[in-house]
Design a protein around this ligand. Structure first.
Ligand code: HEC
Length: 265
């Protein structure tokens, strides 16, 4: 072997050793640190634009477009602060709306306005459009403080339902939300550590862009996926069960500053 090759081989061996030691001794980066790094990388690749910005832009277009049988935009939708008020509204949802007689979350309220204001039939409301519009509204609530109140009997009832659904154990595995997110919080499920959804004020970063599979999700999507984790059929989108859990989680997040749209693994 030439001297040069011996030198290169020794270097490679050292490098391999170094990598091995590094992999063993370094604690794994936290999901938050990992997400921060990934976000930076995607920003650089996208020339300052994140994939979630594209959903926001698409949502803004849909929100302002004159559409539906009634030929109006969603700009007249009341998200709880009066028609046309959109800044910070995501931080105060879910809440009770007298016009529909329901406690509604962000997804459900967008759908209600597409039906009530624009005249779409329920079956015409596309999930992908609701998500894009949710991302747009979320971007207008960035850094707002989560402030979800239980001011009406309807809200109090929904909160109680959400609390019950969170703690109940059922299904083929006799498990509940709390099995993973309280009892086993911090433990890994596959690649992901289970978050403490009671203590970590997680509602402050939903809706969120999930970079591991390039998807845009709202809290409704997350809750429904977690029902599959339980081996149980997921309640329908916009149903009381999903909204009640979202309300319960949002109240646990009161006081947190929103970071929207969220950016998660
Ligand atoms: C079998 C385990 C399991 C069960 C049971 C489960 N989840 Fe999850 N959940 C996960 C995993 C895995 C994730 C993704 C990693 C994370 O964020 O914790 C997740 C994420 C979440 C998140 C997002 C957390 C964040 O930091 O943004 C919420 C909210 C959530 N789950 C709510 C629920 C609710 C409500 C229930 C009950 C209907 C439930 N989960 C039941 C496994 C579970």
């Amino acid at each position: 072997m030439s001297r040069l090759w011996r030198f290169v081989a020794a270097g490679l061996a050292l490098l391999a050793l170094g990598v091995g030691v590094f992999a063993q001794d370094q604690p794994e980066p936290s999901p938050a640190e990992e997400a921060k790094k990934q976000r930076q990388q995607l920003l650089e690749q996208g020339g300052g634009i994140l994939p979630s910005d594209l959903y926001v832009a698409q949502g803004e277009e849909l929100f302002k477009a004159v559409r539906g049988p009634k030929g109006v935009s969603l700009e007249g939708c009341d998200f709880g602060r009066g028609a046309g008020q959109v800044e910070g509204v995501v931080a105060q949802l879910p809440r009770y709306f007298p016009d529909t007689g329901r406690v509604e979350d962000l997804d459900s309220r967008i759908r209600s306005c597409m039906i009530g204001l624009q005249g779409f039939k329920p079956e015409e409301v596309k999930r992908s459009e609701v998500i894009a519009i949710a991302f747009y509204l979320a971007s207008l609530s960035h850094e707002a403080t989560v402030d979800v109140r239980l001011a009406t009997p309807q809200e109090k009832r929904m909160y109680a339902l959400g609390e019950e659904l969170f703690w109940v154990r059922a299904g083929p595995r006799d498990m509940g939300c709390a099995t993973c997110h309280v009892t086993y919080r911090g433990k890994r499920s596959g690649v992901l550590p289970l978050s403490d959804v009671v203590g970590e004020k997680v509602a402050a970063h939903w809706p969120a862009y999930r970079y591991s599979n390039d998807s845009a999700l709202t809290m409704e999507d997350r809750i429904r996926t977690c029902y599959s984790n339980l081996g149980m059929p997921a309640p329908d989108y916009y149903s009381d069960a999903v909204i009640a859990l979202g309300l319960w989680l949002a109240v646990q997040s009161n006081g947190a500053k929103m970071d929207l749209p969220g950016f998660i693994r």
